[in-house]
Design a protein around this ligand. Structure first.
Ligand SMILES: [Fe+2]
Length: 412
């Protein structure tokens, strides 16, 4: 047995993807609710399923109970296999915790992965730089080997089996440094992602990009793909795009659908705030026209205060309470944007990008973020914090939002 991880969790479904040892031709999933007297079921219901030519097998799981903890085991006729677990989300008001982070040297086995696991999040949002192999060529086998290397790492493997994942690549795990949609690795990166990552439904026919939207309780989460449709930073300004036309239209539609959600979490890998230097080629600065268009759309929907953005890319932890994130065209000096939180790097040398950030920047290694949502049914109390390798709050980097009656306000 090589590795297993879960994702695409909803209130009644999930997906497990596993790689079995080379040469194994049969595998099945055993799934059991974590409560006394619960009975297991297997998938397929009888017999075994067949891994693909690369020993990978995906198990879509349906008909689960909401807000229920499950244990799963991928087994073969000759081996008990690997175990993992997840909790389905609740319909309606549902309290949960997610961890978010990016950036770890290839196959890192750092204790920060234990610290994330010990926080027992319902979901781990990995925002890219899953490895630093910089595969700049159209070589699917190189991407397959990259997944194998990372998922074989002991501490990362333990985390990914304990916690379902929502993963989106950034530059180093999509192509080379600062890769964009012209990367030669594009088709291999997006294709092998589809084979090996337990992801939410993708928008097929949409130019290969891997954007996703899903709900946890009453919270809507939207992941955008800021690499596969991005134009080069020096493309003509009127054609320069971060998301690409098709994904941008999708994203604007998803925001319209989310307009009644009490909270929307936008997972955007690269720095949104760049007012410390708008001439930088980092983050959204070169794509400022598209940034303003999105900010205007969010503002027009009355969603600005109800968005929390989670980001990586910069090797730092940082939180902005909205003081510096307003990019709508109508903004005045005191106009507030949405909350922005960076949680990185897990295991990579520190480096600051973008800013400024109202709550400051922690430019250290071995960091991650936590988002805690407590939903009472009438209000959501949302805590965003940045954590060190021991799992402790990094001084100053904690913010509390209260969301009720279609407005979120920073209370601390
Ligand atoms: Fe990175």
């Amino acid at each position: 047995m090589a590795w297993a991880w879960s994702g695409a969790v909803t209130s009644n479904s999930a997906r497990v993807v596993a790689r079995v040892a080379t040469g194994i031709t049969q595998a099945r999933l055993v799934i059991t609710p974590e409560r006394a007297g619960a009975t297991s079921r297997t998938q397929p219901a009888t017999g075994y399923a067949r891994p693909d030519a690369h020993s990978v097998i995906a198990f879509p799981i349906a008909n689960l109970e909401q807000a229920t903890r499950y244990r799963y085991r991928v087994e073969t006729p000759d081996s008990p296999g690997l175990e993992g677990r997840f909790r389905t989300y609740g319909n309606g008001p549902f309290s949960f915790r997610l961890a978010f982070a990016s950036c770890a040297s290839t196959a890192s086995n750092h204790v920060v992965f234990d610290a994330i696991r010990e926080k027992a999040p319902d979901l781990f949002v990995h925002m890219g730089d899953f490895h630093y192999l910089n595969i700049g060529r159209n070589d699917p086998d190189a991407f397959r080997r990259a997944y194998d290397r990372v998922l074989d790492s002991r501490r990362q493997s333990a985390l990914y089996r304990a916690t379902p994942i929502a993963y989106v690549y950034d530059d180093h795990d999509f192509g080379s440094d600062n890769a964009d949609g012209t990367a030669r690795s594009r088709s291999a990166a997006t294709g092998v992602y589809r084979e090996r990552v337990p992801h939410y439904p993708l928008v097929e026919g949409n130019d290969g990009t891997i954007q996703q939207a899903f709900s946890i309780g009453r919270v809507r989460l939207i992941i955008t793909d800021t690499r596969a449709a991005r134009s080069p930073v020096d493309a003509p300004i009127d054609r320069r795009t971060m998301l690409g036309a098709a994904q941008l239209a999708w994203f604007e539609g998803e925001l319209i659908k989310a307009r009644d959600a009490p909270l929307v979490v936008w997972i955007n890998t690269v720095p949104w705030i760049t007012s410390s230097n708008e001439r930088t080629i980092e983050g959204w600065a070169p794509y400022a026209r598209e940034r303003t268009r999105i900010a205007d759309h969010i503002d027009g929907l009355g969603l600005t205060s109800r968005i929390v953005m989670l980001s990586g890319d910069g090797h730092m932890a940082a939180i902005d309470d909205g003081s510096h994130s307003a990019y709508m065209s109508s903004r005045q000096d005191n106009t507030r944007g949405f909350v922005v939180a960076h949680g990185a790097p897990m295991d990579r040398w520190p480096r600051t990008k973008g800013g400024p950030y109202s709550h400051g920047v922690s430019r250290r290694n071995h960091q991650f973020g936590l988002l805690d949502v407590k939903d009472s049914g009438s209000a959501l109390d949302v805590t965003v914090s940045a954590r060190n390798a021991r799992g402790d709050v990094i001084p100053g980097l904690e913010l509390v939002l209260r969301c009720e009656k279609s407005v979120c306000a920073v209370t601390r």
